[in-house]
Design a protein around this ligand. Structure first.
Ligand code: SF4
Ligand code: SF4
Length: 285
C-alpha cells in the first residue's frame, strides 16, 4: 500500500478539503487524519462502526505514602515546581521527567501512564478512516500521529492507497505524518505567508527525501504570488499538480459539512482527478 501525505505550512489552506475530496474520488484507499490537535476530516466523512482506544502519551509522578518519610528531596530536585511543601504532586506541573523517582531515597516514587487522548478507526462510505484527538494542552502530538498511522494498518484489506491528512506546520507532528510516505502533496494559498510556508514544507520533504508535489488552492485570488510560487517550484524541481480556483460554492458546501465533490462541482472534480493522476503517474514510473 502506497502512502500519500497531504500537508501545508499552516492550517486553513484547504488541506482537509482536498483529502476529503480525494477520499471520495480515489478507489481502493484508506484515509487517516493526522491533525491530532484539531482533527476536522471526520466532519466531512460519515463514520460508522467506530472503534476507539484511549491513548497514554505521557507519564506523571506518583507517591507511595506508605514508604515516604517526607524528607523533601523530591521537592528540591523537581525543576518544574510540581511537588508542594506537603509532598503532594501537582499533576498540571509534572512533566514526567523521572528526576524525583531517581532521587527518592525510599523508592517511594514512580511514574504512571496517563490518558492524553484517543485514537479511533471507523468505516465510512469511502473506506476505512482513522483519526485521533490529543487532550488540550497535552504533549506528544508527534507520538499520537504515529499511533494513528499504526492503528489503521491492521485494518488494511488489499487497499492500494493510504491518504494522510497531515498535521499543519513543520514540527514533529508533521514529521511523524510524512515519515515513510511515498509522496507528499503540499497545499498552499497565494499569499506572502503562504509562499514562505510552502518553501518550508517543501524543504522538509526534501530533507527526508520524499517526493513533493504542490497544489495551489484559490490560485486566482493573487496571480502575482501564484506565478511566483510556480516559478519557485520550477526552479526547485517540484511539480505543481493542481491549481484550484476560488469558488464561493466550495465555501458554502464546507459550511454545510459537504465536500466540493458532494456539490457536483465538475471543474473542481476534474482538477482533483487531474492532480491525483499526475501524482500516481509519477509514482508508477
Ligand atoms: S523523596 Fe521520597 S521519601 Fe522524600 S519526600 Fe519525596 S517521596 Fe517522600
Ligand atoms: S517527574 Fe519530574 S516533573 Fe514530575 S514531579 Fe518528578 S521531578 Fe517533578
Amino acid at each position: 500500500m502506497k502512502q500519500i501525505a497531504v500537508i501545508s505550512g499552516k492550517g486553513g489552506t484547504g488541506k482537509s478539503t482536498l483529502v476529503a475530496s480525494l477520499s471520495q474520488i480515489v478507489n481502493n484507499k484508506m484515509t487517516a487524519d493526522c491533525d491530532v490537535d484539531a482533527p476536522n476530516l471526520h466532519l466531512l466523512l460519515e463514520e460508522k462502526d467506530q472503534q476507539k482506544w484511549d491513548y497514554s502519551g505521557a507519564k506523571e509522578a506518583r507517591i507511595n505514602y506508605d514508604l515516604c518519610i517526607k524528607c523533601g528531596i523530591c521537592k528540591d530536585v523537581c525543576r518544574f515546581g510540581a511537588i508542594t511543601e506537603d509532598i503532594v504532586i501537582n499533576n498540571l506541573k509534572c512533566e514526567g521527567c523521572n528526576a524525583c523517582v531517581v532521587a527518592c531515597p525510599q523508592d517511594a516514587m514512580y511514574l504512571e501512564e496517563v490518558n492524553t487522548g484517543w485514537t479511533s478507526v471507523s468505516t465510512t462510505e469511502n473506506g476505512t478512516f482513522a483519526h485521533a484527538l490529543l487532550d488540550t494542552g497535552a504533549e506528544g502530538s508527534g507520538k499520537l500521529v504515529t499511533e494513528v498511522r499504526k492503528k489503521i494498518v491492521p485494518f488494511e484489506n488489499g487497499e492500494e492507497w493510504l491518504i494522510i491528512d497531515g498535521s499543519p506546520g513543520i514540527g514533529c507532528s508533521v514529521i511523524a505524518s510524512i515519515t515513510g510516505t511515498d509522496a507528499v502533496i503540499a497545499v498552499t494559498e497565494p499569499t506572502k505567508s503562504g509562499l514562505s510556508d510552502l518553501k518550508r514544507v517543501l524543504d522538509l520533504a526534501k530533507h527526508f527525501s520524499i517526493p513533493a508535489f504542490v497544489c495551489i488552492n484559490k490560485f486566482d485570488l493573487n496571480m502575482d504570488i501564484t506565478n511566483e510560487m510556480e516559478k519557485y517550484c520550477v526552479e526547485k524541481g517540484f511539480m505543481v499538480v493542481g491549481k484550484i480556483p476560488f469558488d464561493p460554492l466550495i465555501v458554502k458546501a464546507l459550511q454545510e459539512y459537504k465536500t466540493p465533490v458532494d456539490t457536483g462541482d465538475q471543474e473542481f472534480i476534474d482538477e482533483i482527478n487531474s492532480l491525483w493522476n499526475k501524482v500516481t503517474e509519477y509514482l508508477s514510473q
